[in-house]
Design a protein around this ligand. Structure first.
Ligand code: PNS
Length: 161
């Protein structure tokens, strides 16, 4: 049984993330979509809300587990007995951060491998932060995020300064 952890902020989940989950399930038997609950970041949605939106977007699929974690990702992987981290790579700009994070994670736990998949070409420009900004200024995010996320995002983004 090949289990991979797909970690991220998912604030909120986008269609780019969903595309990666779908394609990740071709490589892995199970995926744990792990929402980082980093207290130092100020997310638009709580970890609980982000998990709810992911669950609604992925539907009922017993190959997908949605969870959240505090602290270090490698410690979370160790607690879950998982040795693979799945990450998506969009443009070149993602590379530097991912390169640094992969090596740092390897330094912390060298039994854990990070596997990268290229984000689908129709989603390579989509990011949660841009989607939040567009929604905040009243632009349309249709097609960029799942429908359940769009409804919640338009309300929350307007309420938030
Ligand atoms: O969706 P993001 O914001 O690109 O995800 C980044 C994430 C959550 C995977 C990364 O920040 C992370 O692993 N955070 C947990 C804390 C940690 O392990 N930090 C050290 C990384 S070298």
């Amino acid at each position: 049984m090949r289990v991979a952890i797909y970690p991220g902020s998912f604030d909120p989940i986008t269609n780019g993330h969903l595309n990666l989950i779908e394609r990740g399930l071709v490589l892995f038997d199970r995926l744990v979509v792990a929402v980082s609950n980093n207290v130092r970041k100020k997310p638009l949605f709580s970890a609980q809300e982000r998990m709810e939106m992911i669950r609604a977007a992925v539907g009922d699929d017993d190959r997908i587990d949605v969870d959240s974690f505090d602290g270090l990702l490698v410690q979370y992987c160790q607690r879950r007995g998982a040795r693979i981290i799945l990450r998506g790579l969009r443009a070149i700009s993602d590379f530097e951060f991912e390169f640094q994070m992969t090596h740092m994670n390897r330094q912390l736990a060298d039994e854990i491998e990070t596997v990268f998949m290229m984000t689908g070409e129709e989603h390579f420009y989509v990011s949660s932060s841009l989607v939040r900004e567009i929604a905040h200024f009243g632009g349309s995010v249709t097609g960029l995020v799942p429908a359940n996320v769009e409804a919640r995002l338009m309300v929350r983004a307007k309420e938030t300064p």
